[in-house]
Design a protein around this ligand. Structure first.
Ligand code: NAG
Length: 498
């Protein structure tokens, strides 16, 4: 790391500081145009809906406005003139490169870090910059972001940093790292040695890291992973142990606060797939199981349906809601479910199927807490998870959670705050890029027992839900994680600056 410093020309701070990192200016332009186009187009309803979140940034309104102003007037004044903002700015930058404009797992993760850091750095030791990287931009996702987040994005986009003062975080799958294996802005966006330090932030859902990814991890100065499970699997796969650092993921416990929401009317969004809708209007409220996942085999939707349909019947007064969206598949989830049930030979109970509903319409991020609020328990028997965002969201919403006790979620599932679902055995991944790796087969019979237990012991379940929220606040609230990230970046800066 010290030798890197020496390769850099010294005493050129002025020239460097005014330049955006040049080598990728070209890639930037298309995204800038996208961002600009959309930012002049805020729908009013969105604005109102997102007021809830706004308090988060109320302490920094001027910064946002100044950054936005800077963006809309991209021709910078020469450095010689007096700066508009008299507060001295730290020379170092933290450039976070992630699929910010894409939606999906890495995208929401990356936003959670950025928002945490932005909100909780009182005397920042670095400036923050972001860059779209690792996936395609999605207009639908961008438009669904709260307005203040979009403004912040534009502001952080516009931060000018010199490479030699910048710590880069490549928050994506290692195939996107420089040189990328598919078309994306490379991360880092120039030779690794040109930056102060380069960190890869990634994770996997299986038991190992493949050789190509190990090689890419070892090219990094550090590899951040979210859980102890990943520390072990990365090191066992051959990633240099001195590079692997656990940095947990934040959850916005103010946004996901059960006291702040009314439940969503599930009847208005759920399509009935199995069983009968209740006719006796709310005379007997059903016990609602909720699951949230992308429609892929890994998520164990087959295990969930089998357990639920075998354990319960219409007479039990329960309902299962699946909030799902396509993952390399079409949207016809109803047919897939019916087909699965027919093929797996689950017998219809004499009193009829317990009802299954699918919610496949787009639920705006701002309405997501209301989905959890409408449930009595959350259940996700996946075969492997990186972190499991819906799980921590449900836990922050004080829901009792039943989830597979393997991979990422072992970081936070305990017998006191949830119902960790035991694994029957490990099984081989049969398709996709991780074919041949192992992941977990959650136990169908034990899932049946746990679901029944939650229904029959509502008080116990409530106690666990309460503990779940407490644990989320204690371990993963934004200020806690912002502090962890800041300390580590500080450590890197001190080490490199020596
Ligand atoms: C969950 O798994 C961990 C090991 O990964 C184990 O130590 C723990 O006892 C398990 N918890 C439950 C409740 O089965």
């Amino acid at each position: 790391m010290n030798s890197r410093e020496n390769q850099q020309p010294i005493n050129r701070p002025q020239a460097n500081r005014t330049l955006k990192l040049k080598p990728y200016a070209f890639y930037l332009s298309s995204i800038l145009i996208l961002v600009l186009t959309i930012s002049f187009n805020f729908p009013k309803t969105n604005f109102l809906k997102t007021q809830l979140l706004k308090h988060t940034f109320s302490s920094h309104p001027t910064t946002i406005v100044q950054n936005l102003f800077g963006f809309l007037h991209p021709i910078k004044k020469p450095q010689q003139t007096q700066p508009i903002n008299p507060t001295p700015k730290p020379p170092n930058c933290l450039l976070w490169m992630a699929p910010f404009l894409s939606g999906g797992g890495y995208s929401s993760e990356a936003w959670s870090y950025i928002l945490s850091l932005y909100q909780h750095s009182k005397n920042p030791i670095f400036r923050m910059a972001i860059e779209q990287h690792g996936d395609q931009e999605s207009l639908e996702f961008w438009e669904g972001l709260p307005e203040y987040v979009r403004k912040l994005a534009i502001g952080l986009y516009n931060t000018r940093c010199s490479m030699k003062d910048t710590v880069v975080i490549c928050h994506s799958e290692p195939g996107a790292w420089n040189p990328p294996l598919f078309e994306t802005l490379p991360c880092p966006p120039a030779a690794y040695q040109k930056f102060k330090s380069v960190i890869g932030r990634t994770m996997f859902e299986t038991d190992r890291v493949n050789a190509e990814h190990v090689k890419r991890c070892n090219r990094m100065d550090y590899v951040w992973v979210p859980t102890q499970f990943h520390v072990s699997s990365f090191v066992q796969s051959g990633v240099d142990p001195s590079k692997v650092v656990k940095i947990v993921q934040p959850i916005d416990v103010k946004f996901f606060d059960p006291l702040a929401y009314e439940p969503l009317n599930l009847a208005s969004v759920g399509k009935l797939i199995m069983g009968k809708a209740t006719q006796d209007l709310e005379t007997k409220k059903k016990f609602v199981f909720m699951s949230v996942f992308k429609w892929e085999y890994r998520k164990g939707w087959d295990v969930l349906l089998k357990s639920y349909l075998e354990e319960f019947s219409e007479a039990d007064g329960v309902a299962l809601y699946l909030l799902t969206n396509p993952y390399h598949s079409d949207r016809d989830f109803g047919n897939k479910i019916v087909e699965f049930v027919e093929k797996s030979g689950i017998e219809m109970p004499v009193t009829g199927w317990a009802p299954v509903y699918v919610m496949d319409t787009h639920i705006a991020q701002t309405d997501l807490p209301r989905v959890y609020k409408a449930a009595d328990a959350f259940v996700l028997p996946s075969r492997g998870e990186g972190w499991g965002r819906p799980l921590v969201e449900a836990m922050a919403m004080s829901l009792p959670v039943i989830a597979t006790n393997w991979s990422g979620p072992t970081e936070y599932l305990t017998a006191e705050n949830s119902y960790p679902l035991p694994v029957d055995r490990m099984s081989e991944v049969m398709e996709g890029p991780f074919r041949g790796h192992l992941w977990a087969e959650p136990s169908v019979s034990k899932l049946r027992v746990l679901m029944r237990r939650v229904v029959n012991n509502v008080e116990e379940a409530k106690v666990k839900g309460k503990k779940a929220r407490e644990d989320m606040i204690k371990r993963f609230s934004p200020e806690i994680v912002a502090d962890i990230v800041t300390k580590h970046v500080q450590h890197i800066l001190q080490k490199v600056n020596r």
